[in-house]
Write a protein that binds this ligand. Structure first.
Ligand code: IFM
Length: 446
């Protein structure tokens, strides 16, 4: 009798990338400047002075890369569109060469039986919009909805599923609070505005998708979700973990899925930055208008204790447990938390389909196989317990530009030689291909 773990028919076996991290060709075909092009020029901002100028040259090697994906038997791919390729100035003139590139890429994927999941915003804001205030300015949410509508118009006949915004919390915290990501702001109040406008942009874009009248089109956010563990089994640490969960997870999930901003987090933010007067009447209704799935980007958990340490809040993020294995970036590897997270989302937002839109690790490749195995088994347990998980997109297809850490961390199932750009499928890529082809993984533990 087989004890393999079989996934449901139609399960999406995918990988994920984002435009700035893989495309390169930042000056090709009329592409405008993005905040990341600018940020990479700030001395010391990126390890080793790396930039996305070349990245994996995916812009020029898209055919080869899609053929490689197909040869691995993958049936899904999450990619992002570069806003500055489509609207080089952020708004106004559409660049037909940018549209033509993605048009061809989408056709290529479909011709190989690979279903595209398209992200509209994976952090490469056109610099001219940043010059007008970026996400701190409400108008950016409207420009985003215009860009989204143009993409729905161009690709909506072939693309059904859209991730509007990738990881609004990370954009807020790393980009606007800590200055570690583009646009490099250190402005706590500005970060709260930015996060609100990102969600508003999502709601406006989801509304624009509805307005296309395509009944099977779906929109959702890909959230950076961190399950929380209290450091000690005390009321104080449990309250801290709940508060931090609000800051990281509920602040985004609740409004998008119709519950409005959570009162406890709103109070924390108002204590920290004053009244949230940029949340206009009706905004929460707009934000809640029409999300069709939850995109789960899961990497690790947060262990939290009471005390000060995490920005302006009364909790502290602890370093993690000694007996838990780590990735080479020192992130705890806890696949069980993914099961718990998926079940929690199913409980809190019943009926909403779930997609694991990112999961991956920087590890030597033997350990990546174990990581994949553990996390897919975790997804399987969630499915068995009733969570409606439709697919898994491994981060990442290729070793790529890991933002402020440059090219040092390698997340790919496919190795990319930085000098020759040669692609070599890793053992983990072959393992994942076997799983995708058979629709099952060996029993866990192996
Ligand atoms: O590379 C990033 C990606 O762009 C967003 N989610 C996390 C990944 C790994 O850090």
């Amino acid at each position: 009798m087989s004890t393999e773990l079989r996934f449901p028919p139609g399960f999406r076996w995918g990988t994920a990338t984002s435009a700035y991290q893989v495309e390169g060709a930042t000056r090709a075909d009329g592409r405008g400047e993005s905040v990341w092009d600018r940020f990479c020029r700030v001395p010391g901002a990126i390890e080793n002075g790396d930039t996305g100028d070349d990245a994996c040259q995916h812009y020029h090697r898209a055919d080869e890369d899609v053929a490689l994906m197909a040869s691995l038997g993958l049936n899904a791919y999450r990619l992002s569109l570069a806003w500055p390729r489509i609207f080089p100035a952020g708004d106004g003139r559409l660049e037909p060469r940018g549209l033509a590139h993605y048009d061809r890429l989408v056709d290529r994927l479909l011709a190989h039986g690979i279903t595209p999941l398209v992200t509209l915003y994976h952090w490469d804001l056109p610099q001219p919009l940043q010059d007008r205030g970026g996400w701190r300015d409400r108008a950016t949410a409207h420009r985003f909805a215009d860009y989204a509508a143009a993409c729905f118009d161009a690709f909506g006949d072939r693309v059904r599923d859209w991730v509007t915004i990738n990881e609004p919390w990370i954009v807020g915290v790393l980009g606007h609070q800590l200055g570690l990501h583009a646009p490099g702001e250190r402005d706590v109040a500005g970060s709260v505005r930015a996060m609100h406008h990102l969600l508003l942009g999502h709601g406006l874009a989801a509304g624009a998708l509805r307005a296309t009248g395509r009944p099977d089109a779906r929109a959702g956010v890909a959230y950076s979700l961190f399950p929380h563990t209290p450091a000690a089994d005390t009321d104080a640490d449990r309250a801290a973990a709940h508060g931090s969960d609000g800051y990281v997870n509920r602040w985004f999930l609740d409004p998008v899925h119709g519950r409005g901003y959570p009162a406890d987090v709103r109070e924390h933010w108002e204590n920290a930055v004053g009244p949230l007067d940029f949340v206009a009447d009706g905004d929460e209704r707009t934000i809640a208008a029409g999300s069709d799935f939850i995109g789960v980007n899961y990497y690790t958990r947060r262990i939290v204790s009471a005390g000060r340490g995490d920005g302006p809040f009364p909790w502290k993020v602890e370093p993690g447990r000694d007996d838990v294995p780590r990735t080479d970036l020192n992130w705890e590897i806890v696949p069980d938390e993914l099961t718990g997270l998926l079940l929690r989302l199913h409980r809190d937002h019943p009926g909403v389909p779930l997609l694991v839109t990112e999961n991956g690790a920087v590890l030597d490749d033997d350990r990546r196989v174990a990581f994949l195995h553990g996390h897919l088994a975790a997804v399987h347990r969630a499915l068995a317990a009733g969570a409606p998980v439709e697919g898994y997109y491994h981060w990442s297809f290729l070793d790529n530009f890991e933002w402020a850490m440059g090219y040092r961390p390698r997340f790919g199932l496919v190795h990319v030689d930085r000098t020759t750009q040669r692609r070599t499928v890793k053992d983990s890529g072959r393992w994942y291909a076997a799983a995708a082809r058979s629709g099952a993984i060996p029993p866990w533990p192996a």
